[in-house]
Design a protein around this ligand. Structure first.
Ligand SMILES: NC(=O)c1ccc[n+]([C@@H]2O[C@H](COP(=O)([O-])OP(=O)(O)OC[C@H]3O[C@@H](n4cnc5c(N)ncnc54)[C@H](O)[C@@H]3O)[C@@H](O)[C@H]2O)c1
Ligand SMILES: *[C@@H]1O[C@H](CO)[C@@H](O)[C@H](O)[C@H]1NC(C)=O
Ligand SMILES: *[C@@H]1O[C@H](CO)[C@@H](O)[C@H](O)[C@H]1NC(C)=O
Ligand SMILES: *[C@@H]1O[C@H](CO)[C@@H](O)[C@H](O)[C@H]1NC(C)=O
Length: 396
């Protein structure tokens, strides 16, 4: 019997032809993919390398944290939309750590949930240090929505992206402003939190969201409540350079340097009738070098299913008057000082009890000489009159 089918031959040939075409197409596709899209070292896990996502890494504290992380051999991805930070700070960091898989900068807005999800989808992130925020008490009383949006809502976005991509470790930048105006000093982590301005409230809400979520997940969470941050990189690579338009809301250290440089006519001390020894507010000034050390220690000690909440301060309060004297001495300029009435949203006295972080993370503030911290910061300020400004502005 002949089972051969006259139609079978061309049918078989067709099949071979289709298979051949498909094979060639597959080879072409496979060949093209690696040629056109190089695999980023940031997208793969490498044993022994911890990849930290630093939000707000172009800002004052974030940039100092990135410098320290890179020195300690971490892999770093910065996400920042430069709304308040400086591309100049990122350039300094990139020039210092140009190697592959060391530092990448992603220009993105944390208010854009899709962009944030993409950052997590495309990068193999191990831990997040979330610095990005708006951070001026005075401004928060004038523009509360800006604060709830850019602090509370953006933290939720980051947390959702972390959950979706199974990133387990979060180091969160909180603030002593979450305590409000406690009756007892110094402030411990058990001091009740009753924030009195939108900045403090927005940060407290963000803390609550993180804490609630951590109960239902196995996240490793460290919440650091900073006191007043001053100083800059002792080697003079980075400094504090807020936008000119933010100067009016500015912090005392910035105002001190601006006055010494003649950018503003003098210092305005707001409030001399507080219930403090010299009538001016009392604050706990923590050097940024010590602060970033606390972050690295917190990252190192972070454990799944555990939450650590720590005050980060020196434990010693200083009055604004003392600060102004130190500022005059550090800059060598006899700055003009006006004593004015109180500013809304300020508290009289704030200083920390840092014994918990000392005990549990073996952290202590080492740069506690106010004058020395200001001298270091002044050196950078003097050499960078325009902050990280454009090269054109620096040349003029
Ligand atoms: N400076 C202090 O004394 C102090 C005290 C306590 C807590 N903190 C906290 O520390 C953190 C860092 O403060 P800082 O002094 O370095 O402020 P900063 O303004 O210098 O830095 C914040 C950075 O976040 C970025 N950013 C803001 N909104 C963003 C967004 N939607 N998307 C992407 N990037 C965004 C800004 O561009 C900026 O680079 C903040 O969370 C702040 O609340 C600061
Ligand atoms: C940065 O993000 C904010 C939202 O948080 C947005 O309103 C603003 O336009 C962004 N700025 C830049 C320069 O992209
Ligand atoms: C913060 O949020 C507001 C919207 O409420 C937006 O207009 C602003 O540009 C945002 N970003 C910053 C850095 O303030
Ligand atoms: C604590 O830190 C100090 C340095 O500040 C170090 O000498 C000491 O070994 C540390 N102790 C522990 C238990 O890690």
């Amino acid at each position: 019997m002949d089972y051969s089918d006259p139609k079978r031959k061309p049918h078989f040939l067709n099949k071979v032809l289709v298979a051949a075409v498909l094979t060639v197409m597959c080879i072409l596709v496979l060949k093209q993919t690696p040629c056109h899209k190089e695999i980023s070292p940031f997208s793969i896990r490498e044993p022994g390398v911890t990849h930290v996502l630093v939000t707000g890494g172009a800002g004052y504290i974030g940039s100092h944290a990135v410098l320290r992380l890179l020195k300690d051999s971490y892999r770093v991805t910065i996400v920042d939309n430069l709304s308040r930070g400086n591309i100049g700070a990122i350039k300094v960091l990139q020039e210092r750590f140009p190697g592959p898989g060391r530092l990448q900068f992603i220009y993105a807005d944390l208010g854009d949930a899709k962009a944030v999800k993409r950052v997590f989808a495309e990068n193999a992130i191990d831990a997040v240090m979330h610095f990005a925020a708006v951070a001026y008490v005075g401004e928060s009383t004038l523009e509360p929505l800006r604060y709830y949006h850019n602090i509370t809502s953006n933290t939720l976005t980051v947390l959702e992206a972390m959950a979706a991509h199974d990133v387990k470790t979060l180091i969160y930048s909180s603030t002593c402003a979450t305590y409000g105006e406690p009756e007892k000093m110094p402030i411990t982590e058990e001091t009740p939190q009753f924030p009195i301005n939108p900045y403090g409230k927005a940060k407290k809400m963000a803390e609550d969201i993180i804490l609630d979520f951590s109960k239902k997940s196995n996240m490793a969470v460290m919440i650091l409540r900073y006191f007043n941050v001053i100083g800059s990189d002792p080697e003079g690579r980075l400094g504090e350079a807020p936008r000119p338009e933010l100067r009016e809301h500015g912090r005392i250290s910035g105002a001190c340097f601006d006055a010494a440089l003649g950018i503003i006519p003098g210092l305005k001390v707001k409030g001399t009738d507080y219930e403090t020894p010299d009538g001016t507010c009392i604050r706990d000034y923590i050097d940024v070098t010590d602060l970033v050390d606390a972050h690295v220690k917190a990252l190192d000690k972070a454990e799944p299913n555990k939450v650590g909440i720590y005050n980060v301060g020196t434990g010693k309060g200083r009055s604004v008057r003392e600060f102004v004297e130190a500022c005059k001495q550090a800059t060598g300029v006899d700055i003009k000082v006006d004593y004015l009435s109180r500013r809304p949203g300020d508290y009289a006295e704030v200083y920390s009890n840092p014994s918990k972080i000392n005990r549990e993370l073996n952290w202590t503030a080492k740069h506690t000489d106010l004058l020395e911290s200001l001298r270091v910061a002044w050196r950078w300020q003097k050499e960078h009159r325009n902050g990280y400004g454009s090269p054109l502005a620096m040349a003029s």
